[in-house]
Design a protein around this ligand. Structure first.
Ligand SMILES: Nc1ncnc2c1ncn2[C@@H]1O[C@H](COP(=O)(O)OP(=O)(O)O)[C@@H](O)[C@H]1O
Ligand SMILES: [Mg+2]
Length: 147
């Protein structure tokens, strides 16, 4: 299933992330695709806000993985930015797949590098557009329908 959204400002992209958060329960893996400057981190910040985080999330570019406790819920928001990963083996070393579990909501910027490690069931979001242009944002729910 695919849905297309169009956002005309960073604020609208932020709000789309905020709205998606309302439908998450835990265990989701959200893969965010798009070039540098597409708006992945803007979307991630909106998602964090929608999940109830009080402070704005920071870009985890240097840490790769940043975890946030969601107060009052037994859940964590895990924000990954794999831009700096050179090889998928490095992802295994830092234990990326250990984060894919029911108690976590994972959002991954630059998931391409770990394509083979991604769970079969995931949400893929791709953001097209750059600079001050509107963004086309496509949500795809990828689900294994035959177990
Ligand atoms: N419609 C839009 N949605 C998201 N970001 C936008 C939009 N229009 C302009 N921008 C700008 O594009 C940049 C996106 O940056 P960022 O979210 O850090 O990108 P990424 O994480 O994909 O590299 C920000 O400077 C933001 O203000
Ligand atoms: Mg980013």
């Amino acid at each position: 299933m695919q849905t297309l959204y169009k956002t005309n400002s960073p604020q609208e992209t932020f709000e789309l992330g905020e709205k998606l958060a309302q439908n998450l329960k835990g265990g989701e893996v959200i893969c965010l695709y798009g070039e540098l400057g597409a708006g992945k981190t803007v979307f991630a910040k909106g998602l964090g806000k929608g999940l109830g985080l009080k402070e704005e999330i920071t870009s985890p570019t240097f840490t790769l993985i940043q975890e946030y406790e969601l107060e009052g819920q037994e859940l964590k928001f895990v924000h990954m930015d794999l831009y700096r990963l050179q090889r998928p083996e490095e992802a295994e070393v830092i234990g990326v797949t250990d984060y894919f579990k029911e108690e976590n909501i994972c959002l991954i910027e630059w998931p391409e590098i770990i394509q083979d490690l991604l769970p079969e069931e995931r949400i893929e979001i791709s953001i097209e557009g750059s600079g001050e242009l509107p963004r086309e944002i496509v949500f795809t729910a990828i689900k294994n329908l035959v177990e």
